[in-house]
Each structure stands twice: as structure tokens, then as C-alpha cells.
Ligand binder design. Structure first.
Ligand code: GRF
Length: 191
């Protein structure tokens, strides 16, 4: 059994899709949800799904052991970031080498880095009059949006797009691909 922890800061629509995807998979289970924002939608999802959740304390995350003990005790094998806005500390990366992945709502290496999240990403893409945007699923290292790329998918940027309309097209692409890419990745590591 491979146990997944999802880290999220917001609504958690990707977390929901990942939970739905693995509901019937015997060998892979979403076992824990960690969130840095009390009241975030993803915590309600955890409650509805009966998945244990934890609110992350900033001091413990960045200056202490980055919840490594709790994750190891829960038997977590793999970490998925799904809209998690804090940088991952080196302590956590070292404890889970090659086992933390993130999704970014643009085509890295462009439109990534510090401050490039949510609507800021989509507005920058529109401001630069890009014809295409997309999603990037990548391993996490100690720089924002920087680790090796696992998967990308593209979608058009329309002349009429606002950051909101582009965000919703990108969200659809994320929901379509993120769970399946995680499954492929985990199956290739399990077998
Ligand atoms: C997604 O667009 C993801 O790429 C970004 O944050 C958003 C999270 O959305 N990093 P949700 O909370 O999964 O709905």
C-alpha cells in the first residue's frame, strides 16, 4: 500500500479529484491532508472524505522538522502538492527524496518562481499575449517551481480571456491530468 499525503492551501479541487481517483485503488491511498490555512476548503473536503487532516504551524514547518516525524509516523510514502503556497523546506525534501511533486498552472520554466501563483500567473500570461498556456507537473526541489518536469499539457489562451477564464480552463486541464500522472508515477515506482 502506497500512502499519499496531500499538501494544499486553498479550495482543494485538485485534492478532491485525486481522492476520487484513488478511492477504488487498493494499492494507493490518500491518507493525510496538510493545510497551512485554517478554514480552507480542502479541510472540509478532508472531513467529508473521512481523511485525517493537520493544520501546519509555520514555526514547526520552517524551523523545526517540517512535520517529517508526523509524516513518517503516518507511514506516508509520497507527497503531492496541490495548490500549496509555502516553499517546501530542505528538511522535508531530504526526508522524501524524489517523492514530492507539485502542479503549476503554467508552462514552466516560464511564469514560475516566487510570487507566481494563482491569478498572478494567468494575468502575466495574458499580459505577455501568449497564445498558449498549460500545466506543469514537476518534482519539488528547494527552489520555487524548479524541479525536473514530469508532464506538461497545453491549452489555448484566447484574445478574450481574463485571468478568471484562463484559470478555469487550466483547472480543467489539471483535473484531467494530475490524478492520472500521479498514478502512472506511483505504479512505475511500485513495480
Ligand atoms: C491550482 O491551479 C494549482 O495549479 C495551483 O493552485 C491551484 C489550486 O487549486 N498551484 P485547487 O485548490 O486545487 O482548486
Amino acid at each position: 500500500m502506497t500512502k499519499i499525503a496531500i499538501f494544499a492551501s486553498g479550495a482543494g479541487s485538485n485534492a478532491q479529484k485525486i481522492i476520487d481517483h484513488f478511492r477504488e485503488t487498493a494499492s494507493i491511498k490518500v491518507s493525510l491532508i496538510l493545510c497551512n490555512k485554517p478554514g480552507a476548503g480542502v479541510l472540509q473536503i478532508a472531513e467529508n472524505e473521512g481523511i485525517p487532516s493537520m493544520i501546519i504551524d509555520k514555526e514547526k514547518f520552517f524551523r523545526d522538522d517540517a512535520y517529517t516525524d508526523e509524516l513518517k509516523q503516518a507511514g506516508i510514502d509520497f507527497i503531492i502538492l496541490a495548490g500549496f503556497l509555502w516553499k517546501i523546506p530542505v528538511a522535508l525534501i531530504s526526508a522524501f527524496p524524489g517523492k514530492i511533486v507539485n502542479i503549476h498552472p503554467a508552462l514552466l520554466p516560464q511564469y514560475g518562481g516566487k510570487g507566481m501563483y494563482g491569478q498572478f500567473v494567468h494575468q502575466a500570461v495574458i499580459d505577455h499575449q501568449e497564445k498558449e498556456s498549460g500545466i506543469t507537473i514537476h518534482y519539488v526541489d528547494d527552489h520555487y517551481d524548479h524541479g525536473d518536469i514530469i508532464f506538461q499539457a497545453k491549452c489555448p489562451v484566447l484574445a478574450s480571456d481574463t485571468a478568471d477564464t484562463l484559470a478555469s480552463r487550466i483547472h480543467q486541464l489539471e483535473h484531467q491530468h494530475y490524478p492520472a500522472v500521479i498514478e502512472q508515477l506511483l505504479q512505475s515506482k511500485i513495480t
